[in-house]
Design a protein around this ligand. Structure first.
Ligand SMILES: [Zn+2]
Length: 218
C-alpha cells in the first residue's frame, strides 16, 4: 500500500491518517514529522531547514524533497507507506514519481477526503477554546454546562481567530485553489479515489479502508 492522503483543513486528515496506517501496517509519514526528525536529529538537511525556519522563511522544495527521499528509503517503507502533506502541488507529484522510480517502485493510490465546505465551517467555527487550560469545546458537539465557561477549570471560552467562519472559508478556498491541479493530475492518471469524509471518525475510517483495500497489493 503506497498511499498519498489529501484533504482540506477540517476533514480530520491527521486522525484518519493514523487509523489507516495502523490498519494496513504501514508507516504514516507527514512532512511535519520528517522536518522535526531531521531538525532534532541534527542531520545536514535538518540544519539547512532550520536555517530557513529560524529566518522565518519557507523551507525550499529541494530541501523538503530530499528529506522525503531519505525517509522513503528507510527500511520500514519497503512494504508501503502513507504520505500526508506531500506532494502539495504537481511539481512535487513529479518529484515523488522520480523518488519512487529511483527506489524501484511506484505510487499506488491517492485518497481524497471530500467534505462539504459548509459542514467544515460549522465544525470549526463552533469550537471554543478555554483561555486558561486551552481545552477545546464545541457549541454543538461538546457543550459546556454553562455557556462560555470551561467545565474543567472555570476559565473563559473564546473563539480562536483560526476558527472564525470567514477565516475557515478563506482557508478552504486557498486549499481548493492550490490542490485542484494535483487532484486533476491524479484523476487523469486514474490513481485518485474519493470518499465522503463526513460523519463519525469510525464511519470515515471504515469508508477509507473499504476504498483502499483493492489497492493493498498495488
Ligand atoms: Zn479550561
Amino acid at each position: 500500500m503506497r498511499l498519498v492522503l489529501v484533504g482540506p483543513p477540517g476533514a480530520g486528515k491527521g486522525t484518519q491518517a493514523e487509523f489507516i496506517a495502523e490498519h494496513f501496517g504501514i508507516p504514516k509519514i507527514s512532512t511535519g514529522d520528517i522536518f522535526r526528525a531531521n531538525v532534532s536529529g541534527g542531520t545536514d538537511l535538518g540544519r539547512l531547514a532550520k536555517k530557513y525556519m529560524d529566518a522565518g522563511d519557507l523551507v525550499p522544495d529541494e530541501v523538503t524533497n530530499a528529506m522525503v527521499r531519505d525517509r522513503l528509503d528507510e527500511p520500514d517503507c519497503a512494504h508501503g507507506f502513507l504520505l500526508d502533506g506531500f506532494p502539495r502541488n504537481v511539481s512535487q507529484a513529479y518529484e515523488l514519481d522520480g523518488i519512487l522510480n529511483d527506489l524501484g517502485t511506484t505510487l499506488g493510490v491517492v485518497l481524497d477526503l471530500n467534505v462539504d465546505h459548509d459542514e467544515v465551517v460549522r465544525r470549526l467555527s463552533g469550537r471554543r477554546t478555554c483561555k486558561k487550560c486551552k481545552h477545546v469545546w464545541h457549541i454543538e458537539y461538546d457543550r459546556t454546562k454553562v455557556d462560555g465557561i470551561c467545565d474543567k477549570c472555570g476559565g473563559e471560552l473564546y473563539q480562536r481567530e483560526d476558527d472564525r467562519p470567514e477565516t475557515v472559508r478563506h482557508r478552504l478556498e486557498v486549499y481548493a485553489e492550490q490542490t485542484q491541479p494535483l487532484i486533476h493530475f491524479y484523476t487523469g492518471r486514474k490513481q485518485l479515489v474519493e470518499i465522503d469524509a463526513l460523519g463519525t471518525v469510525e464511519d470515515v475510517t471504515e469508508r477509507a479502508i473499504a476504498a483502499l483495500t483493492p489497492f493493498a497489493d498495488a
